[in-house]
Structure formats: C-alpha cells, structure tokens
Design a protein around this ligand. Structure first.
Ligand SMILES: NC(=O)c1ccc[n+]([C@@H]2O[C@H](COP(=O)([O-])OP(=O)(O)OC[C@H]3O[C@@H](n4cnc5c(N)ncnc54)[C@H](OP(=O)(O)O)[C@@H]3O)[C@@H](O)[C@H]2O)c1
Length: 404
C-alpha cells in the first residue's frame, strides 16, 4: 500500500468527511510513522471544547490518518496519508474510529462499479464503531465518551471523523468494537431483508446464498433465531461452521445446483436471498414455493462484468417486475439499504430501531460475531486483499487506533 507523503495538506470543510470525499490528493508526513501519527492524534482527539456556533464554524482542525482510494486500483494501490479535518459543526459529532468494516462494496468502488460512488479520490469505509470525542453546537455534550455506530457508505477508513450526530446509534459498552462492527451494514441489511421485505416467520424454509459472507453469516443466524429452517450455499471449507449455526450447507460449486437445492427442499422455499445476480436470480426465483419471495440485493458474481452499471440495474429491475406481475403466486424484489433515505426521519428511525435490535441480540449472545481478521488501518490493502480472497467467513475489520 502506498504512503502518500508529498502532496499538499487537506483542510476539509466541516461535514466533508460524511461523504468520504477526499479532495485533491494530499498528505503530510508518512502514514508509516504510526507513532508520530498517534502522538499528533492523541493531542487532537481528546474531549476538547465543543465547536463554535454556526456564525463562527471555527478554524480548529484535527489530525487524522486515513486511507484513500485514489482511482481504479488494485488493493495495493490504496494510499495511507495524514490529513487534517475541521472540528464538528452544528449538529455534528467528532468520532474516534475504533473499528471500521471492509465490505463487498469497496470491491465495486475500486473498479468504479458501485452505483453512486463519489468521484476519486475518496476515503472508503462503509461503517464504523467509535467513541464520541467532541460535539458541535446543538448536540448534547453527554454524548461525549459514548460508544456509537454509524453507517457511512464511504469515509470510515480513518482514525477520526465528523458525523451528523442524529445518525449515530448507541453501541452497548460491553460489546467489543470489532465484534459490533460485524453487524452494522451486515446486520441492518440482514434484518431488514428478513423482517421488512420477506417477513420470514417461524417454520419458514429459507435459502441464503453466500451463507459464509459478511451479510450471509448474520442473515442465517437471524433467520434461525426467527425459527426458520435455513439452507445456505457456501464453499465446503465453511460447512462445519455453518452446521454449528444450525444451517444446512450446500456446495455452490458443483453442477446441478438448482436440482440439489430442490432435493433439499422439495416443497420450495418461502424466501430466497440472492446477492449474486444474473442467472442466479432466475434460478432462485424458480426455487420459490407459491407465496414465496425472492429478495435480490447484489450482483457479486458480476463484479468484473463490463458494460454500464446503470443498464445492468435497469435490466434487473425490469426482470424482477415482470416476475412479480406474472400470475405465478411468487414475488421478487430488490433490497436497497439506502432506499427511502429521502424521507430522512422515517429512514433514520428504522435504521436506529433495526440496528439497535441487532446490536442487542449480539450483546445478549443470540448472535455470534464472525470477525475474519483484524488489521491496523495502515494495513488496509492487506485487509482488502483478504476480503477479496474468497476464503473467509464473516467480516474483515480495520482497527484504526492500532498502530500495528
Ligand atoms: N443491497 C444492499 O443494500 C446491500 C447492502 C449490503 C451488502 N450488499 C451486497 O451483499 C453482497 C455481500 O456483501 P458482503 O459484504 O457480505 O460480501 P462478502 O463478505 O465478501 O461475502 C460475499 C459472499 O458471496 C459469495 N460469492 C462471491 N462471489 C461469488 C460467486 N461468483 N459465486 C458464488 N458465490 C460468490 C462469497 O462466497 P466465497 O467466500 O466462497 O467466495 C461470500 O459468501 C454484496 O453483493 C454486496 O454488494 C447489498
């Protein structure tokens, strides 16, 4: 991974980090000097004074170490740099990042194939667990010192960030930050697909593709907790661990997958969760029983496909709509975590409710966190390579406060 140490300094505007947009490539000093970085950071991120009001946003800046996706690169092309960020403005909170996730989304982003991603360069990082270090005007100072989670989409691969305070969700103190990290985007996605889209109840038969994946490994547990019978496709290297979670594993690699799944559930499935795309959506739909629902939520098997991403999704939505209106007694839908976000209050309320519920289940031991491996932030390239290796169960986690 590159260390960017030759370009001008970032002086981000308040709130700039909420999109992860990094501005012109910049960097001061070497991210390799974790000690120096942390000394600078230690001075900067303590619970300092609250930011000034809107009429005076204040010149205060905080030193951060962050990882930048500079363009269309392999994981080794990620850049570590130090930069400065402004103190939180009105309605915002400064958060020391204790854990940040490596998600499948970054695989799309580094190929320029994630719908709606910011222009390069930007700081990736879909979600984080952190501790509030300071707050801006209008935010309750009691938040300082609280453990929180945030879904960021981009911007979480940093040591410190500014977020809208209303978007922060409390994380139970007793839960390890890295473990909590495994159920943020993955947990909300799994929970909402299961309970808000497919409405899976006790006794239902459910098929989860990619049962070892970040989303899949949470989804199978939530479905089991809801009382469903769960069949999960996965590479055989994960089958024992999936069986331990109460999942009936099926190898996705061999021929005749549809026939083998039909043999496992001759009456069909009440719900199928498919993030693979293309031919898999068609096959999954064919495995539903009457009244069943196919929930599509990704195109992971097509991450290297060429062509327009927009057209790809137009085609998907068209086909799903056709399948649903045909008189076949089955339905198909596409789940999007960010769907409905324009209705901000409702979106936030649901996100808070659902994430809080998943975190509660984790803290009570109903859910088991699967941390595939933990890396310091400066090793984001190695973390991403592992996440892309197609060998892991669960989630690869970055720990930005670790120097090695
Ligand atoms: N719609 C939404 O709002 C939303 C939200 C979150 C995530 N997602 C999507 O959910 C999907 C999973 O994300 P994640 O973070 O859980 O990813 P992940 O941890 O990398 O897991 C990916 C899973 O997909 C399997 N997989 C990948 N490529 C495959 C292929 N060609 N054939 C068969 N299986 C394949 C992997 O199996 P192996 O390990 O055997 O390769 C693994 O089980 C992604 O497509 C992501 O974009 C969507």
């Amino acid at each position: 991974m590159a260390q960017d140490d030759g370009s001008p300094r970032i002086a981000a505007k308040p709130g700039e980090t909420s999109s992860g947009q990094a501005g012109p490539a910049s960097g001061v000093g070497s991210g390799a000097d974790g000690g120096a970085v942390n000394r600078a950071l230690g001075a900067a991120v303590g619970p300092g004074p609250a930011a000034a009001g809107p009429e005076d946003p204040g010149p205060e800046v905080r030193a951060v170490t962050e990882v930048v996706l500079p363009g269309l690169v392999e994981p080794s092309g990620l850049v570590v740099r130090t930069a400065t960020r402004s103190a939180p403005g009105p309605g915002q909170a400064g958060v020391r990042v204790d854990a940040a996730g490596v998600s499948f989304a970054e695989q799309g982003m580094r190929r320029g194939r994630y719908p709606g991603q910011p222009p390069f360069p930007f700081v990736p990082g879909y979600d984080l667990v952190g501790t509030v270090t300071e707050v801006g005007a209008g935010v309750d100072p009691a938040l300082i010192g609280r453990r929180v989670a945030a879904l960021t989409k981009t911007g979480a691969w940093t040591t410190w960030t500014v977020r809208t305070a209303a978007d922060l969700v409390p994380v139970p103190d007793e839960v390890d930050a890295g473990k909590a990290e495994t159920v943020l985007v993955n947990g909300v996605t799994a929970w909402q697909m299961l309970h808000r889209k497919a409405r899976v109840g006790s006794g239902a038969a459910v098929l989860v593709h990619g049962a070892n994946g970040g989303v899949g490994s949470v989804l199978v547990q939530l479905a089991r907790h809801a009382g469903a019978r769960v069949v999960g496709t996965a590479h055989p290297r994960h089958h024992d661990r999936l069986r331990a979670l109460g999942v009936e594993p099926v190898d996705y690699r061999e021929d005749g997958l549809a026939a083998r799944l039909r043999a496992v559930a001759p009456g069909g499935f009440d719900a199928v969760f498919d993030h693979l795309g293309g031919e898999s959506f068609r096959r999954s739909f064919g495995l539903l029983r009457r009244g069943g629902t196919l929930v599509c939520y990704g195109t992971a098997a097509q991450v290297d496909a060429g062509g327009s991403v927009l057209l790809q999704f137009v085609r998907i939505f068209g086909r799903l709509a056709v399948r649903t209106v045909l008189p076949n007694g089955r339905s198909a839908t596409f789940y999007n975590l960010w769907g409905g976000r324009r209705r901000v209050r409702r979106f936030r309320r649901r996100l808070h409710e659902d994430l809080s519920e998943v975190l509660r289940l984790l803290s009570e031991g109903v859910l088991t966190a699967h941390v595939a491996e933990r890396f310091p932030l400066t090793q984001a390239a190695a973390a991403m390579e592992l996440a892309e290796s197609r060998t892991v169960l669960g989630k690869v986690v970055l720990e930005p406060q670790r120097t090695r």
